[in-house]
Ligand binder design. Structure first.
Ligand code: PBE
Length: 267
């Protein structure tokens, strides 16, 4: 049994991810709203966060991370979201596909495929689990596409093929978006596109889409997580709507920890 308050046990640290993530902005807000005065959100990356979680979990040590669903960590570990009575992290939301202005005229086939792209949280999670188990993202995506022919054929149905036209997809190295972006890239390749994957930070991802440097993203968490970016660039992109429904963000802890709510962090 751990002694001291939860804050003492984890040295008043919440293990965060990349600073541009909406989840990080929401966590800063949570610190304010729940008056977590001497708490610190540690900036890092998705990979650093999951490494810290793995290490703590192996040793049954306490840890608090910024987390989201869909994510392989819920398949691998027994975890729970801390309750958020003030709803700082919003409700369940959607992931949207967003394209640059003019894509429809320039690359109608890619536009149609991107508009059709739609899958379930369990699909995304299965690609993430395969990646986590050591598969290269492209190979994990290929396997998923092979095993889900019916779904993929629906995305591709009736769309004319092209001959090596170039499409750039921007994304952030969040495990969920590595999965989705690789799957869409392979679907585009089936149509004959040559796809470049451009890994950037969240701000540059949105800015690149608005400026036309990137053709599309499948990584827009809305209406809450990326609300600021959406507002900042609104009018400079085309929103094709949700490609996945049922995401969640928040503070996540191992189930063996004896706390249930963000409010408990103040005790
Ligand atoms: N995430 C994963 C991102 C969106 C996708 C929840 C880490 C974010 O917080 O911006």
């Amino acid at each position: 049994k751990q002694s001291g308050t939860v804050g003492d046990q984890v040295k008043h640290k919440i293990i965060g991810i990349d600073p541009g993530a909406g989840l990080m902005k929401a966590t800063d807000k949570a610190i304010q709203e729940y008056e977590l005065k001497d708490w610190e959100v540690v900036e890092g990356s998705s990979a650093a966060m999951t490494a810290a979680l793995a290490k703590a979990y192996e040793n049954k040590e306490p840890i608090i991370v910024t987390g989201w669903t869909p994510h392989w960590k819920f398949a691998k570990y027994d975890l729970k979201y801390l309750e958020d009575p003030k709803k700082v992290y919003g409700d369940a939301e959607f992931i949207h596909t967003i394209v640059r202005k003019g894509l429809k005229g320039d690359h109608p086939s890619a536009y149609k495929l991107l508009d059709n792209f739609n899958w379930q949280p369990a699909d995304m999670e299965s690609v993430m689990v395969a990646m986590q188990e050591g598969k290269e993202p492209a190979a994990a995506a290929k396997d998923w596409i092979k095993n889900n022919e019916e779904t993929v054929n629906k995305w591709l149905e009736g769309i004319s093929t092209v001959q090596g036209d170039k499409i750039t997809l921007a994304y952030v190295a969040w495990d969920s978006e590595i999965a989705s972006t690789n799957v869409v890239a392979i679907a585009l390749e089936k149509l004959g596109y040559e796809v470049e994957l451009s890994q950037v930070e969240a701000g540059p991802m949105w800015a690149g889409l608005a400026s036309g440097d990137a053709d599309a993203i499948v990584a827009a968490w809305l209406p809450t997580t990326h609300a600021d970016y959406y507002k900042e660039f609104e009018g400079k992109f085309e929103d094709l709507g949700p490609n996945l429904e049922g995401t969640r963000i928040g503070l996540v802890v191992p189930a063996y920890m004896d706390i249930n709510s963000i409010e408990d962090l103040n005790k």
